[in-house]
Design a protein around this ligand. Structure first.
Ligand code: ATP
Ligand code: MG
Length: 388
């Protein structure tokens, strides 16, 4: 008897001719995720992915539950297709299930599937026989076919399999199947969530962070590196670009109208991001903005930000409330890091009275007071790269 993990995948089925590409990408992403845990055998058979030759531990299952494209993960057992071996396996699986429940008066149900029609016992008969065997082996259990505490699945294929646990997968599509985008990643709560949401649709990320040293500390940079690293568990490898932003902020602060400072800063962020995105083969920009959350996220301000670039800008959080964003941040485990108290954009450069409905012609005009091209060029020259 061996242990293994079965992985079910969902939306991939919709993809018709592309399906092999999606499956291959998913398998590669699973292999990549499992690299720290050894060299498992990962392969596809009958519409599922099998992970064999690996210690089945919680950390492994936890990692797998973050891989986009998988909808369910079943830690399983595998044995020969004879009744005695199957019984031994069923006993082991039930023991495991019982150890994991704290309930009293436990009920169970056996569900069998016979994919190999050469196996002499039909699904119904096998369920009945194994149900009887479990009742005998574990006195005190009861059968409940409608709402059991434990559902033991038995499958007869090229081998016999059993599992009782279904861990929900991350859903979405395998990262790498839908192109690449550049995520503007601050140290805040929103942008990591925005990146996660885009990656969930199979999109690879490259990340860009603007750093205002010495107004913002090394700690704030480390925090962004940490956030990026947390994201890699879902999104696969991410190249993080840390862009020096102090000079741009100082110039804007000195030479442009105070009320437009934030909007101008954001336009510079977008422009630089667009250039990096082009160099990295990314096709769109992603931000963590949502309508009306702050002065720079009114419809006018967003339009003014978009005006600085020609690439599409995706804002997956656009219609979410802060508490809804926090909920996702908690779920994906970025929240705790995001709320660490290191400021990302220096408070010195925040206007006292930000214009909430910037007029585009005024914004464009204000920008001519600085030498945008030279500023952008210098920022690009001093980028620090982290491959995470
Ligand atoms: P977040 O929680 O993501 O920081 P926020 O609600 O604080 O968002 P802003 O500070 O206005 O909003 O930033 C809006 C978006 O601009 C962010 O979601 C992020 O995509 C981008 N952004 C802001 N600051 C930075 C930065 N220092 N580096 C990279 N991107 C940034
Ligand atoms: Mg922020």
């Amino acid at each position: 008897m061996e242990r293994l993990i079965l992985i079910r995948y969902g939306e991939i089925y919709l993809k018709g001719q592309n399906r092999p590409f999606f499956e291959k990408t998913l398998i590669n992403n699973i292999k990549k995720t499992l690299e720290p845990f050894g060299q498992p055998k990962v392969f596809k058979a009958q519409g599922r992915i099998y992970v064999e030759n690996l210690q089945v531990e919680r950390v492994v299952l936890d990692r797998l539950s973050k891989v986009f494209g998988a909808i369910g993960i079943n830690p399983a057992w595998k044995t020969d297709k004879d009744l005695e071996s199957i019984k031994t396996m069923v006993k082991t699986a039930m023991k495991d299930a019982l150890e994991k429940t704290t309930k009293d008066n436990i009920t169970f149900k056996v569900e069998s599937r016979r994919a190999d029609k050469n196996f002499p016992i039909g699904s119904m008969d096998l369920s009945r026989e194994m149900g009887g065997f479990i009742l005998k082996s574990f006195p005190g259990l009861k059968v409940d076919v409608h709402n059991p505490d434990i559902k033991l699945n038995i499958e007869i294929r090229e081998h016999a399999y059993a599992y009782h646990e279904n861990i929900p997968g991350a859903g979405g599509m395998p990262v790498g199947t839908n192109g690449k985008t550049a995520l503007l990643l601050s140290g805040g709560i929103d942008s990591p969530v925005a990146g996660w949401m885009i990656a969930k649709r199979g999109v690879k990320l490259t990340a860009i962070h603007y750093h205002s040293f010495p107004y913002t500390s090394d700690k704030s940079k480390e925090k962004v590196v940490d956030l990026c690293r947390l994201l890699t568990q879902y999104c696969g490898p991410i190249r993080l670009h840390v862009v020096p932003f102090t000079e741009i902020q100082q110039e804007l602060y000195e030479k442009c109208p105070d009320g437009l400072l934030t909007i101008l800063m954001r336009r510079f962020m977008m422009r630089i991001a667009e250039i990096i995105a082009q160099n990295e083969g990314a096709q769109a920009l992603v931000t963590g903005e949502s309508i009306g959350q702050v002065a720079s996220q009114t419809l006018e301000a967003l339009a003014s930000t978009d005006d600085a670039v020609s690439m599409p800008v995706f804002r997956p959080l656009i219609g979410l409330d802060k508490n809804e964003i926090v909920e996702i941040a908690e779920k994906i485990n970025t929240y705790e890091t995001s709320i660490l108290p290191y400021e990302d954009c220096c408070t010195v450069f925040v206007p006292r009275h930000p214009v909430t409905r910037p007029k585009l012609d005024r914004v464009r005009k204000a920008e001519t007071f600085v030498n945008a091209e030279a500023l952008i060029q210098r920022a690009l020259e001093d980028i620090e790269i982290y491959d995470l």
